[in-house]
Design a binder for this molecule. Structure first.
Ligand SMILES: [Fe+2]
Ligand SMILES: [Fe+2]
Length: 495
């Protein structure tokens, strides 16, 4: 009978003094990660959402009904068959690389429920955990509907059980900062940096592009998920606030590491989707424009309010923002047999004009490389449009060396540790490794494993088999190279 505000604080503050076990054993440092933060400091941990279980269930049920109603209506409308094949790549890429991350987030949130240092945080973790279960299940349900159109949607479930190189890059980051991190680090790296800083790009920008492209179903899925993300991402802020008072150096460090690594991943996944896969007439903003507005201006300003500095590598970040996703795009297209989706080259004359208008340096670094590919396609020399070798990969981001900046800056960064040489895509990735070498050493990336002879036979066929890529899903140009024809020299008139 009480009004919510009269009982809310009591309900979420349920905690007691342990008498049968030592609290250090019930909340081991390795799971909670509190470090030097005193226990009383967590009394000030507070979140703005003030959600109760009853409200939560009511709102989630409404959201779920809405999302499933759209899904049912669209199942009958055969909308999928009318979609642009370039756009389809975005949804397949999303499903394959994101679904299992949502499921991993369930584990992270359940760690908060059990080991977080504040009862309020533990209580909020329950809602976060339920959110993430819903996200993984939505991805699976929507992909299951689309399976009959394209086997690639099977990768929603399958991708993380394969060794596909892009999936391994995603897994490497989230294993490290979501599954393997303690509560404090996970809240800083995932809630604050990934969920608050970056997922808007995937779930707001991509949802807008998907809606424009006529993929109401995918857009609906993304928007439904984002409303949850926006809420549980907030649990990063009170954690940051406590940390800034008692352990500010660690807050800055985790932020700097996770910002770079998240950025490189979103650049690869969302950057290519927004600037190359979305049909040009339906693009709302370029990846760079969205990054500048949402991540640089909005997220950075918020971070500043809490006393965090811009990461020390800001200049490198801005250079990478201009080029990194173009590098990743031409690389992924070139190595297209290793993808489980069909990438759009995205360099027809109209697309190229758009790229040049958004990125004034694009032609110099990337257009010139695409011209080589175009000439080979048009002269029928298809063999030259496929790779013969493997790129060296970064031992931190798992992405190719030379993919962080333009083609004039292909410098390799290396470190030697315990007799082994490690390669990095940038001075930032090298700094990440050098700061905590024990955390990262010993890991072998795809190319390391190839060179060690773990992938047999040592050719493209052996590599594809090792990655689980089957002929039904193997990537090829989304438009079967038709876009290149407009660049072909006109046939000479016979006199
Ligand atoms: Fe999620
Ligand atoms: Fe989330």
């Amino acid at each position: 009978m009480l009004a919510r505000d009269d009982w809310y604080d009591i309900a979420r503050d349920v905690d007691w003094t342990l008498s049968y076990v030592d609290s250090k054993e019930a909340f081991p440092e390795s799971w909670s990660g509190v470090g030097p933060v005193p226990a009383e400091a967590w009394n000030s941990w507070d979140e703005p959402y003030r959600v109760t279980f009853r409200d939560y269930v009511r709102v989630q049920r409404e959201k779920e009904t809405g999302a499933l109603a759209v899904r049912d209506a669209l199942k009958r409308a055969n909308i999928y068959e009318k979609l642009d094949p370039a756009h389809t790549a975005s949804s397949q890429l999303h499903m394959g690389t994101t679904c299992m991350v949502e499921q991993m987030a369930v584990t992270m949130q359940s760690r908060f429920c059990r080991f977080a240092p504040s009862p309020r945080w533990r209580s909020l973790g329950v809602f976060g955990m339920l959110d993430e279960i819903r996200h993984a299940q939505l991805d699976l349900a929507f992909s299951h509907d689309l399976l009959k159109h394209d086997e690639r949607f099977d990768w929603c479930n399958k991708a993380f059980h394969t060794n596909e190189w892009g999936v391994l890059a995603v897994k490497n980051f989230f294993d490290d900062w979501m599954l393997n991190a303690n509560c404090i680090e996970a809240a800083m790296a995932t809630s604050l940096t990934v969920e608050h800083g970056f997922t808007n790009m995937q779930f707001v920008a991509l949802a807008a592009d998907a809606m424009e492209a006529g993929d109401v179903d995918f857009s609906n899925l993304l928007s439904s998920i984002q409303t949850d993300e926006a809420r549980h991402a907030q649990l990063g802020f009170p954690t940051l606030e406590v940390l800034m008072k008692h352990d500010p150096k660690r807050a800055q460090y985790v932020f700097d590491v996770s910002f770079w690594r998240s950025f490189r991943l979103f650049q690869t996944l969302t950057g290519t989707s927004m600037d190359y896969y979305t049909p040009v007439a339906q693009r709302k903003m370029s990846f760079k424009e969205f990054m500048l507005e949402w991540v640089v201006h909005h997220h950075e300003r918020t971070m500043k309010d809490y006393g965090l500095q811009k990461p020390w590598y800001w200049e490198t970040f801005l250079k990478c923002l201009d080029h990194g996703h173009h590098a990743m795009h031409i690389g992924t297209w070139f190595w297209r047999p290793t993808l489980f989706w069909k990438p759009n080259a995205g360099v027809s004359k109209a697309e190229r004009a758009w790229l040049n208008s958004k990125y004034p340096n694009w032609e110099d670094s990337w257009g010139t490389l695409w011209d080589e590919i175009i000439a080979n396609v048009n002269s029928g020399n298809m063999a030259a449009t496929y790779p013969e070798t493997l790129p060296a990969l970064c031992n931190i981001t798992q992405l190719p060396l030379g993919s962080a900046w333009d083609r004039h800056n292909l410098q390799m960064y290396t470190s030697e540790y315990k007799g082994r040489l490690y390669n990095f895509d940038s001075d930032v990735s090298k700094w990440i490794f050098d700061t905590e070498p024990e955390r990262y050493c010993g890991h072998t990336n795809v190319v390391d494993r190839f060179l060690m002879g773990q992938i047999q036979p040592m050719n493209l066929g052996g590599g594809l088999q090792w990655m689980g890529i089957t002929p039904e899903v193997m990537g090829d140009d989304a438009y079967a190279y038709k876009w290149a024809a407009e660049y072909a020299a006109p046939a000479r008139k016979v006199a």
